[in-house]
Design a protein around this ligand. Structure first.
Ligand code: ZN
Length: 241
């Protein structure tokens, strides 16, 4: 049976609900969450609770640990910091302690899979894997055939062929037994690749597919306005930027 990989929900309940509904329609039950349940968005508690209920394995991102006081807020840009200060005020103690206890990288038991929020190389340093040279380094820092990451909010599949050549794929790929892969699952709650649809990855019959789901962006924006969250964060949702 296949599995779904989700990342960077960022307290966007509408986007998360749309993605969970989409996953359920496939019959898939295994869900791996790559971190950043909170930050930026208006419903951190609700999103943490749903992710806890729906995820088979869950790790933390820099925003989760920022909300928990384990990553210094000076490491975030102005809008992210403002949103995290708000998040800290509204989050329930039990949700904070649940996030605090999560790892930032792990192997999935029984599958040839590693997951990390930022990168398999120095995952606690929150590097971004943006260039093909970054991928080259990172392939040396996990043992599994597949490594799923998030953090950049831009989905991509990078294949390392048996000869060591790196090939980038944008939508879908059939897993080939000799190759290894780094897959960025994109972002459920704040895509940044120009497509505003909630993003996640579905793997069935050794096929990795980047999925986008439409959701009620205006509803999320309205909730953000009500909470006084920064304008720039509200507006970017409509553009996926
Ligand atoms: Zn994020």
């Amino acid at each position: 049976m296949g599995y779904a990989v989700l990342s960077d929900v960022h307290a966007n309940l509408e986007a998360l609900n749309a993605v969970i509904k989409d996953i359920k329609s496939t019959g898939i039950r295994d869900v791996y969450f790559l971190g950043d349940a909170v930050g930026y968005g208006p419903e951190p508690n609700e999103c943490v609770e749903i992710l806890k209920a729906e995820s088979t394995v869950m790790i933390a991102g820099n925003h989760d640990l920022g909300a928990a006081g384990l990553v210094d807020l000076s490491r975030f840009n102005r809008h992210a910091r403002t949103a995290l200060e708000w998040t800290r005020k509204v989050m329930h103690e039990n949700n904070i302690s649940m996030l605090s206890a999560l790892q930032v990288k792990t192997d999935i038991q029984g599958r040839d899979i590693t997951i990390a929020h930022s990168t398999p190389y120095e995952p606690e340093k929150w590097h971004y894997l943006l260039r093909i040279q970054d991928a080259e380094i990172n392939f040396k820092h996990f043992e599994s055939q597949l490594c799923f990451i998030g953090h950049s909010h831009s989905p991509v599949i990078i294949e390392q062929s048996p000869s060591g050549e790196l090939i980038t794929h944008k939508n879908a790929i059939q897993v080939s037994s000799g190759s290894r892969y780094i897959v960025n699952a994109g972002s459920v709650g704040q895509p940044r690749d120009g497509n505003p649809g909630a993003g996640y990855v579905l793997v069935t019959d050794d096929k990795i597919k980047i999925i986008r789901v439409a959701y009620d962006i205006r509803c999320t924006q309205e909730k953000m306005r009500k909470q006084g969250l920064p304008h720039a964060l509200i507006e970017r949702l409509a553009f996926g930027a």
